[in-house]
Write a protein that binds this ligand. Structure first.
Ligand SMILES: *Cc1c(COP(=O)(O)O)cnc(C)c1O
Length: 225
């Protein structure tokens, strides 16, 4: 019989999250490589980020433009392989800063922002893949466009020259997320999109099983904020 090899060091949070993504993918008959782990480093210092980079993590997420501008230029200068995603709300007057700094924007959710991003892309001569964020639980005060607005916003985005790669959601807190993930998957399918940015520290395995292409994970990697 094979003996379990005793490992000297306990698995790091990154190793644990990767293993959980792989296990969830396996259950769903998916490949772990088809799921991009976005390590959400908001509020976390550069040392914590560099620790993950040293372990081979390459994709990171921030939720505020200003915080990312302060933290990331130095890190990226030293680590050209790193990609930075914007996962939080974006104000139209920060569109240009966002296009300049980020490699992907997960939070396109209204016509005015689509227009601003289109103009920013033209001005800077740089295209940034985007997700349309959907307010999947129809919650007041939550970012994202209404489910019924998705087709119109997608059409506007294409007209403005945005490259929309998929849909993103943050489901309502403290109720089962699976039905919302399934709905986002169906919406993406209906609109011919393959990207699904869904799943956070508390529900990413469910999201992977239901087709997530990108999981956005903060506290399970970096500890509580
Ligand atoms: C903070 C944040 C995350 C990560 O949340 P955790 O629960 O810490 O994993 C994911 N997505 C968005 C939009 C966030 O703001």
């Amino acid at each position: 019989m094979e003996q379990a090899v005793p490992s000297s060091a306990p698995a790091s949070p990154l190793e644990q999250v990767r293993a959980r993504i792989a296990a969830a993918a396996r259950i769903a008959g998916r490949k772990a490589e088809d799921v991009t782990l976005v390590a959400v480093s908001k509020t976390k210092p550069a040392e914590a980020i560099l620790g993950l980079i040293a372990q081979g993590q390459t994709v990171f997420g921030e939720n505020r433009v200003q915080e990312a501008q302060a933290k990331w230029p130095e890190i990226r200068a030293a680590h050209a392989e790193v990609q930075l995603h914007l996962v939080g709300q974006l104000q139209s007057n920060k569109a240009e800063d966002a296009v300049a700094l980020f490699d992907c924007i997960h939070s396109v959710d209204r016509a005015s922002l689509v227009t601003a991003l289109g103009k920013a892309q033209e001005k800077l001569g740089r295209k940034v893949p985007c997700f349309v964020q959907v307010n999947i639980g129809a919650e007041e005060q939550k970012g994202g466009c209404a489910v019924s607005e998705v087709p119109v916003l997608l059409a506007l985005a294409r007209e403005a020259g945005l490259q929309i790669v998929g849909l993103m959601c943050v489901p309502p807190a403290s109720i089962e997320a699976a039905p919302f993930f399934a709905l986002l998957d169906k919406l993406a399918d209906d609109n011919g999109l393959s990207g699904l940015s869904m799943g956070m520290s508390d529900d990413f395995e469910t999201a992977v099983q239901l087709g997530a292409s990108h999981v956005r994970i903060g506290s399970a990697l970096f500890g509580e904020r």
